[in-house]
Write a protein of this length. Structure first.
Ligand code: SF4
Lengths: 413, 105
């Protein structure tokens, strides 16, 4: 039996206190992980849910799968590399180099999630902070996010319940938590949030506009004036911006930023995007370091260009790509079928530790180890902190880093 | 009846995904009691949701605080049979317009 601590890679909280016991190559216990993390790691022991190397549905060895993948990618005239949000920083570096070598378009899920916010944090235009700095805050706002389901230990490990000034039984409250959402989620209700501001779906921009009017001293709707009162009592606020906000604003944060600018007159406000996949912030960081862009880049002709036309969604809708390399991502589960149908006839090469709707649709599947449990590396938590991943369990599967390195060798001109 | 479906993330997405039967909890919509009454159905019955992209059948749950005219559905490949993505926009995961019809039980 071996016992130790590991990092959970089931979400971008990257909880690093997970206690795991392994006996005869199998997990016998896992402490401190939430329901999501536990399901993720115990699920990895179900062989039916894991990938093997496949070419056109037939199981093959690593060399055969790599040769088939390299053949498809080398014949492609307009390859697209997508994903890597569930891959270590080391794998991301390999993937970016491979995309550059192929002259491919490269994108990840941040182009339809939190990429805009992360870009603005990396370029210094949007103030953000780390989880450690949350202890200075007196107001925590979850806006369009429900960590109870998506990042289940977020409150207990990093925000409200972990706050040094939080006292469950205390008569005086030093830190307040508010939720802005369209639905009374588990985070918004059940006595978790101190204040809940329910807005109608798609109404975030109206709500923000009303707050700005309120700051200017104009009369505003009751909920906005209540929200403003809360802000006025605060000196240091952290906003956890969720996908609900991003989608409601359709990725146009100009009004939100205007509100932050107005608030800057009397308080400090920091924004942390509520990322989903464990290393999506790392992907933005890795690509930004390599190209100056966080997503949607094109390496065609040896140069780097950037634009909305290089997002996965636009590439697929315009049938622009003739072969996709998908690494640690499952677009077939998360995107509209009306978009995915444009991929009919386009060969897909997918690296993933798990069988997914995307691996089922792929011509070549490369079954890799599960990073965090079976292989190590580094990853970037949603607040920009780098976390080291140490494997807890032996596997005969190669890691995504090793497979991408070998693919690069095969494709090197 | 016309409804706007708003998707949300449910923990089952992850906790059930790694079980044998996939996502049993995906096929549900949460509606206001008023809309349930207008549709003439009770919680637990089935509703067909249709738009130009496709059609799905889901179980109905009552959510007292859901505003009338809206329905909440968990993110899943099932609801993605109804979602779209217009040029230059994000997918309409938070505002999927559908026609809702009660199914004979
Ligand atoms: S909150 Fe996220 S990282 Fe932490 S245990 Fe749960 S799934 Fe894993």
């Amino acid at each position: 039996m071996s016992a130790g601590e590991m990092v959970c890679t089931a979400c971008s909280c990257l909880c690093d206190d997970i206690e795991i016991e392994i006996e005869n190559g199998r997990i016998v216990s896992m402490e401190k992980a939430c329901r999501k993390g536990t399901a993720f790691f115990f699920g990895s022991e179900n062989e039916r849910l894991r990938t093997v190397h496949l070419v056109d549905g037939k199981q093959v060895d690593t060399d055969q799968a790599l040769a088939a993948a390299a053949g498809l990618l080398s014949r492609a005239r307009r390859p697209l590399v997508f994903g890597m949000d569930n891959a270590s920083l080391e794998a991301q570096r390999q993937g970016i180099e491979l995309a550059r070598m192929l002259g491919a378009v490269l994108d990840d899920s941040s182009s339809f999630c939190q990429g805009k916010l992360t870009h603005d944090i990396l370029t210094g235009t949007l103030p953000s902070c780390t989880f450690d700095q949350i202890h200075d805050s007196d107001l925590i706002i979850y806006w369009g996010s429900n960590p109870h389901n998506a990042q289940p230990r977020h409150l207990s490990r990093f925000s409200l319940y972990a706050h040094r000034k939080y006292h469950e039984m205390g008569a005086t409250r030093y830190v307040t938590m508010a939720v802005v959402d369209v639905r009374e989620s588990e985070t918004a209700g059940a006595g978790v949030a101190h204040r809940f501001f329910r807005i109608l779906p798609g109404e975030d921009s109206n709500f923000i506009a009303a707050i700005i009017e309120g700051i200017k001293g104009n009369p505003v709707r009751k909920d906005a004036s209540g929200f403003l009162k809360l802000l006025k009592q605060s000196r240091h606020c952290v906003i956890f911006a969720g996908l609900g906000l991003t989608y409601s604003l359709d990725n146009d944060f100009s009004l939100f930023y205007e509100m932050l600018k107005h608030l800057g007159g009397w308080m400090k406000t920091f924004v942390i995007p509520m990322s989903g996949h464990y290393n999506v912030r790392g992907f933005n960081y890795s690509l930004y370091n390599a190209t100056g862009c966080v997503n949607k880049v094109n390496f065609a002709g040896g140069a780097v260009s950037h634009g909305d036309e290089f997002s996965l969604l636009e590439q697929v809708k315009n049938r622009a790509a003739d072969c996709l390399l998908i690494v640690g991502a499952d677009p077939f589960s998360s995107l509209p079928i009306s978009v995915l149908k444009h991929l009919d006839g386009v060969p897909l090469v997918t690296l993933d530790p798990f069988r997914t709707a995307t691996t089922e649709a792929s011509s070549v599947v490369l079954g890799v180890s599960l990073t965090g449990l079976e292989s190590g590396g580094t990853a970037m938590r949603m607040d920009g902190t780098t976390v080291t991943l140490m494997p807890a369990k032996w596997t005969d599967k190669q890691s995504d880093v090793q497979i991408l390195e070998r693919l690069k060798e095969l494709l090197r001109p | 009846m016309k409804l706007t479906i708003v998707t949300y993330r449910d923990i089952f997405l992850w906790s059930e995904r790694y079980k044998e039967n996939g996502q049993p909890a995906a096929a549900l919509v949460r509606l206001s009691p008023k809309d349930l009454a207008d549709l003439g159905i009770a919680a637990g019955e089935k509703l067909k949701l249709t738009n130009e992209e496709g059609s799905i059948v889901v179980d109905v749950l009552a959510e007292p605080k859901c505003p009338s005219g809206y329905g909440y559905m968990p993110v899943s490949p099932l609801v993605n049979r109804l979602t779209t993505c217009r040029h230059g926009k994000l997918p309409n995961f938070k505002h999927i317009e559908v026609k809702a019809e009660a199914l004979e039980s």
